[in-house]
Design a protein around this ligand. Structure first.
Ligand code: ATP
Ligand code: MG
Length: 374
C-alpha cells in the first residue's frame, strides 16, 4: 500500500500493489520514474536520481508526503511496517516516521523498507571512473555491515588531516602523526571491501550469466577488488602493515606532491567480461547490452545482500530496465523476477512491447500525467 500526496506530478493517490508486483507502462514524461523515486524515497529519504529534496514537491506546492505499508515475513508471521516521510519546503523540515514513531535520527530509519532500485543511469557504475565503483561498494557495505561507515569516516578524517598538514608544509612529525590512525582505518575499510567482493563474486557471476544466458554465447563476468596498496596477507594486521609500508615507501613522493597517494581512496573494483580464455574490462570493451547486464547484476547482488541482512526478500524497483536488452535477455530477467529471491517487483517501461509476454505473471498498470490506472 502506497499513499502519495503532492510528490512531483503524482498528485493524491492511494495504490495497492499486488504481492508479486506490477509492470507500470506509460509514455515518456508521465511519471514512471517519479513513482519509483517516491517508493525508494522511503528507503533512503533521498532522491535516487540525486535531485534536491525541494524539487520533489509538486510545482507550486509546499509539502509532499509519501507513506508505504509493507508486510514482511518474520519467522513465518506476517508483520506490517509503515514508513512515512514528508517534507515542507517553507520550513525545510523533513519528517520521517516508522509505525507512527519518529526515530531519533533520520539515519536510523534508512533501509527499513528493504528495496533496491535499478535505473538506466546505473551504467555509470561501469562507464565512469573508479570513484563511482568505490561508492557502489561503500553504499552496499554501509547498509549491510555495521561499523563500516564509522571506519570509512575515520579514514576520510585522517586522510584529510594528513593532506592538510602536507599542503600547509607542516613538519614531518606532524604529518606522520596521522600515519597510525590512517593505516588502522584504511586496513579496516580495505578488509571489508575485500571480504565483500570475495563473498559476492560468485553470486554476481551467477546473475550475470542468468541474464546473458552464459556459455559460449552469453559469456561470463567477474568482479575483482584491486586495492591501491598491494596486500599479501588479508588478516587485519597484514593489511595494516601493508598500509604502513606504503606510507613509508611513498613518503618522498607524498611530500613532493603534498598529497597522500596510497590508500583505499584509490582502490578499484575491476569489472571484466570473460569470453573463453580472455578477460577484458567492460568499461573498455563491453557492448551496450553487456554494460546494462553488468549494472543489473550488481543491483541484484545488492538485493541479495539486503535479503541476507534483513532475512526478508527485498522490493525490486526496475526503471526501464529492459531498454537495450535483446528479447532473450528480457525474458531471462523476468524469469529471475519470478523466482522467490526477490519480493515485490515494480518495473516500468515506456511501451507494452518492452515487457515480454511472459511478464504477464505481473499485472500491467498504465500511467498518464501522473495518474496510475490499475
Ligand atoms: P521517461 O519514459 O521519459 O523516463 P517518466 O514517465 O519516467 O518518463 P518522469 O521522470 O517520472 O517521467 O516524470 C517526468 C515528468 O514529471 C515531467 O513532465 C516533469 O515536468 C514532471 N515533474 C518533475 N518534477 C515535478 C514536480 N516537482 N512537480 C510536478 N511535476 C514534476
Ligand atoms: Mg523515466
Amino acid at each position: 500500500m502506497l499513499k502519495l500526496r503532492l510528490f512531483r506530478n503524482l498528485g493524491d493517490q492511494e495504490l495497492s500493489f499486488p504481492p508479486e508486483g506490477v509492470a507500470v507502462i506509460g509514455a515518456n514524461a508521465q511519471g514512471k520514474s517519479n513513482l519509483l523515486e517516491a517508493i525508494y524515497y522511503l528507503e533512503t529519504f533521498r532522491s535516487f536520481r540525486g535531485a534536491r529534496v525541494e524539487h520533489l514537491i509538486a510545482f507550486g506546492e509546499d509539502v509532499f508526503r509519501v507513506a508505504g505499508q509493507m508486510v514482511s515475513d518474520q519467522d513465518g508471521r506476517a508483520t506490517p511496517t509503515e514508513v512515512a516521510a514528508a517534507y515542507e519546503g517553507s520550513s525545510r523540515r523533513r519528517k520521517v516516521t516508522i509505525d507512527g514513531m519518529e526515530p531519533e535520527r533520520i539515519g536510523d530509519a534508512i533501509g527499513r523498507l528493504g528495496a533496491v532500485i535499478f535505473s538506466p543511469a546505473d551504467v555509470g557504475i561501469v562507464n565512469e571512473g573508479p570513484v563511482r565503483r568505490r561508492r557502489f561498494m561503500d553504499v552496499a557495505l554501509s547498509l549491510n555491515e555495521s561499523g563500516y561507515l564509522a571506519a570509512l569516516q575515520s579514514f576520510r578524517h585522517a586522510l584529510s588531516q594528513r593532506n592538510a598538514a602536507l599542503r600547509s608544509g607542516q613538519p614531518e612529525a606532524v604529518v606522520r602523526a596521522w600515519d597510525e590512525p590512517l593505516a588502522r582505518s584504511a586496513a579496516s575499510v580495505m578488509g571489508s571491501r575485500q571480504r565483500w567482493v570475495s563473498d559476492w563474486r560468485d553470486t554476481y557471476r551467477g546473475y550475470y550469466e542468468e541474464v546473458s544466458g552464459g556459455g559460449t554465447a552469453g559469456g561470463s563476468a567477474t568482479m575483482t577488488y584491486v586495492p591501491k596498496v598491494p596486500v599479501d596477507e588479508w588478516q587485519e594486521d597484514g593489511v595494516y602493515t601493508a598500509c604502513r609500508n606504503a606510507l613509508d615507501v611513498r613518503w618522498a613522493a607524498d611530500l613532493r606532491r603534498r598529497n597522500t597517494s596510497a590508500g583505499p581512496h584509490r582502490d578499484e573494483l575491476l569489472l571484466a567480461l570473460v569470453d573463453g580464455q580472455s578477460e577484458v574490462e567492460v568499461r573498455e570493451f563491453g557492448s551496450g547490452g553487456q554494460r546494462r547486464t553488468v549494472a543489473l547484476a550488481l543491483r541484484f547482488v545488492e538485493g541479495d545482500a539486503i535479503r541476507k541482512a534483513k532475512d526478508s526478500a527485498p522490493i525490486l524497483l526496475l526503471d526501464d530496465a529492459f531498454a537495450e536488452l535483446d528479447d532473450a535477455r528480457r525474458e531471462r530477467v523476468l524469469d529471475l523476477m519470478g523466482q522467490d529471491r526477490f519480493g515485490q517487483v515494480i518495473l516500468t517501461a515506456p511501451k507494452q512491447s518492452d515487457v515480454p509476454l511472459q511478464g504477464d505473471t505481473l499485472a500491467r498498470w498504465g500511467i498518464e500525467k501522473g495518474r496510475i490506472c490499475a
